[in-house]
Design a protein around this ligand. Sequence first.
Ligand SMILES: CC(C)(COP(=O)(O)OP(=O)(O)OC[C@H]1O[C@@H](n2cnc3c(N)ncnc32)[C@H](O)[C@@H]1OP(=O)(O)O)[C@@H](O)C(=O)NCCC(=O)NCCS
Length: 138
Amino acid sequence: MNPDDFSRVRSLWTHCGLPSRPNGRDSEQHIRRELSDNTASFLVAVDPDETLIGTVFATHDGRKGWINRLAVDPRWRRRGVAQALVAVAEAELRRNGIEIIGCLIEDGNDASEQLFVTLGYSRHDDIHYFTKRDRPDI
Ligand SMILES: CC(C)(COP(=O)(O)OP(=O)(O)OC[C@H]1O[C@@H](n2cnc3c(N)ncnc32)[C@H](O)[C@@H]1OP(=O)(O)O)[C@@H](O)C(=O)NCCC(=O)NCCS
């Protein structure tokens, strides 16, 4: 991804119904800052006409890696695009010495759950996600 892709990325997420935080961590300002940071890899997939059809953001804090904002245009689903994006994201994280990678999946997102199980991820029903937010929309 380069900073000029920002509006195309936002449109794809809307088209895919992907929840995001446009006034928080998905704001243009926030993403531009992350793009200049070497702990984040923001990857996009494009079709042969250079139309943007997929996104994934790989981030890490030096301890764990995270797969974020994975989305594929509905017209391109079930063709291995997400699988390819996650493979590249994982390779980027491993290149940075990261050996554990997680992702957060909303309850009921069966497609995503099935995808990550297929890719070798384990579900942890014994872990509850707690957050502390400086503002509600971050
Ligand atoms: C989840 C999502 C990213 C999958 O993208 P995709 O490009 O269609 O996925 P792939 O083609 O790489 O699928 C690889 C494997 O994952 C599993 N899978 C993917 N979508 C699936 C679905 N709808 N139902 C069941 N299994 C699915 C299958 O095992 C699939 O292999 P197969 O097609 O050979 O059976 C896509 O449906 C999407 O963008 N959803 C909306 C946004 C979203 O929920 N993102 C994830 C947030 S955590």
